[in-house]
Design a binder for this molecule. Structure first.
Ligand code: GUN
Length: 291
């Protein structure tokens, strides 16, 4: 039997439709549209593309967006000043500093400068700390991990007591998604580059979240029949037959996992669109908190 394909496009659209209604309600009740400020440092092409998509999504949902594009050699104090000005700006509800930042910038210091109530990325150390602690809740949950959890919820996956394996331990995805799965009562294993025998962990997983950035690392013969697979990876693979000379593939070998898994996200069309949808949800939440 073939796995159910988890359609990230449809689920992201559902989230965005909900946000659009929420934005219209806020407009009707308080004559106010939420505002998101983005901060892009340097000329990383992928980051610029992501930020542009975030602005486009804002526009489609009635969220105001404010763009700051800064040179790669900006100083630490200058960048901190810009973030502080956004903290003080009453028209800004959410602040997103696109990562990665250039090497000379102290990322943690910048993320700690963001006002907690405007931390729509959920990367402020206090928000991450609350995510890690029992009985505490962050104001905002990082967008890609929140998107993964929403996909699991919409698919009806029971996480209570489930064996969950997260591949990757990045601050942006691996670590926070592992914390969220644990909060949802899964038994969580994080597999990373130093893990011995990755396959032995994968084989007993009811749920796999793959976020390592290695093209098609997970093959069908490594997974448990019926497992749910969330593939966060977006990797370029050379393909002379494709128009651009490459195609996008995930961390999961979709074709070999499809007949074995219970449910699986495709790449593209899976997690990708969820990140921006959850950012829109967080921005609406930030604006609502103001009233
Ligand atoms: N870089 C890659 N993903 C993200 C994200 O979700 N937020 C920010 N700020 N930067 C990123």
């Amino acid at each position: 039997m073939s796995a159910a394909i988890i359609d990230g496009k449809i689920i992201a659209q559902k989230v965005k439709d909900e946000v659009k209604v929420g934005v219209a309600d806020l407009q009707a009740s308080h004559h106010y549209a939420p505002g998101l400020a983005t901060v892009l440092v340097g000329d990383n092409t992928a980051s610029a593309t992501y930020v542009r998509s975030k602005h486009r999504a804002c526009q489609a949902l009635g969220i105001r967006s404010i763009s700051h594009e800064l040179p790669a050699d900006i100083s630490q104090p200058k960048l901190e000043t810009i973030v502080k000005e956004l903290n003080d700006d009453p028209d800004v509800d959410g602040i997103l500093v696109q990562l990665p930042l250039p090497g000379h910038i102290d990322e943690e210091k910048i993320l700690s400068t963001i006002d907690l109530v405007k931390d729509v990325d959920g990367f402020h150390p206090v928000n991450i700390g609350r995510l890690a602690m029992k009985g505490r809740n962050p104001l905002f949950i990082p967008c890609t991990p929140a998107g993964c959890m929403r996909l699991l919820a919409e698919t009806g996956v029971d996480l209570n007591g489930a064996e969950a394996v997260v591949l990757g331990r990045s601050n942006i995805v691996g670590l926070p998604v592992a914390l969220l799965l644990q909060k949802a009562n899964a038994t969580v294993t994080i597999v990373h580059s130093r893990t011995r025998n990755m396959e032995s962990h994968l084989r007993r997983a009811d749920v796999i979240v793959a976020a390592v950035g290695i093209a098609e690392l997970i093959k069908g013969d490594m997974i448990k029949p019926g497992a749910t697979i969330i593939d966060v990876g977006i990797n370029r693979q050379d393909d002379p037959s494709a128009k651009r000379g490459y195609r996008l593939v995930g961390d999961v070998d979709f074709n070999s996992c499809l007949p074995i898994a219970g449910a699986i996200t495709p790449v593209p069309g899976g997690v990708g669109r969820m990140t921006i949808a959850m950012l829109m949800e967080n921005t609406l939440k930030a604006a609502r908190m103001k009233f």
